[in-house]
Write a protein that binds this ligand. Structure first.
Ligand SMILES: [Fe+2]
Ligand SMILES: [Fe+2]
Length: 196
């Protein structure tokens, strides 16, 4: 990886999101936040930056198109994803990252795949992309944002846990369905913290 490669990917993401400036700036925000966290947690900064840039590259697709792309490429669709196809933009995003941007780094592709739900045993890069999605400068959806934004530089796993906990509380309160993988991720991170 080099600077030209990163610049080329950023131009391609800008092109694919040219009608969605907010989403482009969200992607740049996630890239920058992820790079800062990578610096703190000894992860490859360029990988983190690239994963941030491309993580939502399939988010512009309709539910129908996401389902179609998965079926066409033999990507597994869970029962929950069938009901909430929007979540598939992680898996299809990884596919597009490979096909449209030529990214073949498995760590980046996995971080893109799981940014929507998380998963119980995330790598540090996966945790960084999952959390940067909530904490980038343009986002205001997480609860206690100021607190988690400073905590993330002290304790990444605890921050992942807090964001998962608050997200699940919000989903439960609003009677929205919860993806099993998100719930399993929450339980796994809760257990990890209790072990310490
Ligand atoms: Fe996303
Ligand atoms: Fe995102």
């Amino acid at each position: 990886m080099n600077n030209e490669y990163v610049t080329e990917i950023r131009s391609k993401v800008a092109e694919i999101l040219k009608d969605k400036p907010d989403r482009f700036w969200h992607s740049v925000g996630v890239a920058n936040t992820a790079a800062a966290l990578a610096m703190r947690y000894n992860v490859d900064m360029q990988k983190a930056y690239i994963a941030g840039l491309v993580h939502d590259c399939a988010k512009y697709l309709s539910d129908q198109d996401l389902l179609m792309e998965c079926k066409k490429h033999g990507i597994e669709i869970s029962e929950y994803e069938e009901k909430s196809p929007y979540l598939l933009h992680g898996k299809v995003g990884a596919l597009y990252s490979k096909e449209k941007f030529g990214i073949d780094d498995d760590e980046i592709l996995s971080a893109v795949t799981y940014h929507t739900t998380g998963k119980p045993d995330m790598t540090t890069l996966e945790e960084i992309i999952f959390i940067a999605d909530f904490l980038e400068p343009m986002r205001n959806k997480a609860f206690d944002l100021d607190e988690v934004r400073s905590l993330v530089f002290i304790d990444l796993k605890k921050t992942v846990y807090i964001v998962l906990r608050d997200t699940l509380t919000y989903l439960e309160k609003s009677s929205k369905p919860i993806d099993k993988l998100t719930y399993d991720t929450y339980t796994a991170y809760k257990n990890k913290l209790e072990e310490v």
